[in-house]
Design a protein around this ligand. Structure first.
Ligand code: ATP
Length: 135
């Protein structure tokens, strides 16, 4: 079966270099699936779960947003932050969520877009960590 050549980079390093049959990414308008033969594309990514699938195997990662470039079965993900499910500190994400929510209560002087982005990161970290815990 045709495969995608996938590279996931942060500003610091190459985090993942592998092949996959399916890449699922969090787009600004929702999750997008990329299969071999996908058209050329550059797109912005939101915070959420990136899934690399091959046969029955799936690897999941949290990414905090970035960009994807798809070109002739080469998928390059440029992400600010990449975490494996086991890297996610649930308590820290819960605290970040509570902090973000508190900013909506008294929102005078608050950068709402920034608070929304922090809330999304926290909620999506928690969603992935919950999957890991089998809850
Ligand atoms: P916080 O307010 O807790 O820093 P954040 O969403 O603002 O959360 P980021 O800017 O996305 O944090 O990431 C900053 C650094 O902290 C990155 O290295 C990221 O991997 C790490 N990090 C943030 N939250 C967590 C978490 N819940 N578990 C593990 N690492 C985290």
């Amino acid at each position: 079966m045709a495969e995608l050549q996938v590279q996931v980079l942060t500003p610091a390093k190459v985090v993942v270099k592998t092949s996959a049959q399916l890449v699922e990414l969090p787009g600004a308008l929702g999750y997008m699936g990329i299969l071999p033969g996908h058209t050329r594309m550059i797109s912005e990514l939101a915070a959420g779960t990136m899934t690399l699938g091959s046969g029955q195997e799936q690897q999941t990662y949290f990414i905090s947003g970035g960009y994807v470039d798809v070109n002739q079965d080469h998928v390059t993900v440029l992400a600010d932050v990449v975490e494996r499910p086991l890297d996610i500190d649930v308590k820290r994400a819960e605290e970040a969520k509570a902090r973000a929510l508190s900013r909506f209560v008294d929102s005078s002087g608050v950068d709402i877009a920034r608070a929304q982005a922090a809330l999304l990161r926290a909620e999506r970290r928690l969603a992935l960590a919950t999957t890991r815990l089998g809850a």
